[in-house]
Write a protein that binds this ligand. Structure first.
Ligand code: 3BY
Ligand code: FES
Ligand code: FE
Length: 424
């Protein structure tokens, strides 16, 4: 483990150059990876799944965050609960499948059995002095933001999550996420540090050159540009887009659909950004013809042109809510050089594949985009290992939000390790 009193980590944190990518060890060092888990993933609210991952009582989902095995279950009262996936007898992992359905939670080792509330309800041969009440599963903080499941491993989770909930619930609610089902889920193991995955997600500087599918529904100029570099035609296009954003926002907000940008990426622990943006072409969805992929709308929308609601959270998620489907993404760090990106496509729960939606059409844009992003992240991971690598400058026009991600990260790390040092 890193020596925290005279550490290279502290020095690296102190000398981070604003407006530039991070120094190589932040992407490559196993010690800094362990520090990231401790200071970020064991402290902040982490997005792990959606309520439709566990639609019925007894449905369970497991996720590992660093050395922590977490279990998310739907209990008999339909509440979503989270526990450490660790038996209170001798610590065996309790649930082994990533997804399963259980009546009770039975440990394979000596058959200790817990109900869905985490109470130990059966343990043989433990004698009269044994108190099962003291051996329930250890709970993990869990919150569902309109169906998006976040967990926090800290004893005292950041309280500002409530502010994000208050701000975001009205944006997400119209999409009725709890009335959706998973049409498709994909796991991609990206060959890159989790921060490279997140940095890549926080800009579209790379979109024009790399995402031919994504740039069909998304506007090329929607994610920033240097005004002085635009020619006349490009400027006219940018102006047209800005006017469309203004008129779409006015129209949606008047219809009770919150749409305006809100951004707290680096001034809160539970940092986030949102904005509902109009789509190009016919503007209905993230598809190759920009038309809705699913015939059943998610809510009682007056138009199919609901744009795309972006919702990004620190440290590890991004989401797109359209009128007809939702796509959510979670980045789970596996090691310094590997990250699991889980993508989940959700449609109305009554939608029938092949009748109301064509699966290939539904997932085409983001399947292609994810593969392209995974490759780009891999390029950067390789680059960070080279002796030629040095932090490079972010574009002030298109990479401001990458900078905000890095600033948020450096703040969290500095706070955590300074506090730990002061307390020592
Ligand atoms: O998914 C996102 O929200 C960002 C913006 C577009 C590209 N990128 C993947
Ligand atoms: Fe679970 Fe023994 S470790 S029952
Ligand atoms: Fe991308």
């Amino acid at each position: 483990m890193l020596d925290r009193s005279s550490t290279p980590l502290n020095a690296l944190l102190r000398r981070r150059r604003p407006g530039h990518s991070l120094e190589a060890p932040f992407y490559t060092s196993p010690e800094i990876f362990a520090a990231d888990i401790e200071a970020i993933f064991e402290r902040t609210w982490v997005f792990v799944g959606v309520e439709p991952d566990v639609p019925e009582p007894g449905d369970a989902l497991t996720v590992d965050i660093g050395a922590n095995a977490i279990l998310i279950v739907r209990d008999d009262d339909m509440a979503v609960r989270a526990f450490h996936n660790v038996c209170r007898h001798r610590g065996a992992r309790l649930v082994h499948d990533e997804k399963t359905t259980v009546g009770n939670l039975v440990c394979r080792y000596h058959s200790w059995t817990y109900n869905l509330d985490g109470d130990l309800i059966h343990a043989e041969h433990m004698g009269g002095d044994f108190d099962p009440k003291c051996h329930g599963l250890k709970p993990v903080h869990v919150r569902s933001l309109e169906g998006l499941i976040f967990i926090c491993l800290a004893d005292e989770p950041p309280e500002d999550f409530a502010e994000m909930e208050r701000a975001m619930a009205p944006y997400i609610a119209p999409h009725h996420l709890r009335d959706t089902k998973i049409a498709f889920q994909s796991d991609l193991i990206e060959e890159g540090n989790w921060k490279l995955v997140m940095e890549n997600n926080r800009e579209c500087y790379h979109c024009g050159a790399n995402h031919p599918e994504l740039t069909v529904p998304l506007f090329a100029h929607g994610f920033g540009f240097a005004p002085e570099e635009l020619d006349e035609a490009e400027r006219a296009e940018a102006d047209r887009y800005a006017a469309l954003v203004r008129s779409s926002h006015a129209e949606w907000e008047a219809a009770g659909i919150p749409s305006r940008m809100q951004e707290h990426l680096d001034d809160r622990i539970s940092g986030f950004r949102t904005e509902r943006l109009p789509l190009d072409g016919d503007g209905e969805s993230h598809t190759m013809d920009t038309k809705a992929a699913c015939r059943l709308p998610l809510g009682p929308f007056s138009s199919a042109k609901m744009g795309g609601l972006h919702f990004w959270t620190q440290p590890n998620s991004w989401h797109h809510f359209m009128g007809d489907h939702v796509v959510t993404f979670s980045a789970i760090p596996l090691s310094a050089g590997q990250t699991r990106v889980r993508t989940t496509w959700l449609v109305h729960k009554d939608a029938v594949e092949g009748v109301d939606y064509d699966l290939a059409n539904l997932i085409e844009v983001w399947t292609a985009t994810n593969a392209q992003d995974a490759e780009l992240v891999g390029f950067c991971q390789k680059g960070a290992q080279s002796r030629a690598y040095e932090p490079g400058p972010y574009s002030p026009h298109t990479e401001m939000l990458v900078e905000k991600f890095c600033r948020w990260y450096i703040q969290r790390m500095s706070e955590h390790f300074d506090v730990a040092r002061a307390a020592a």
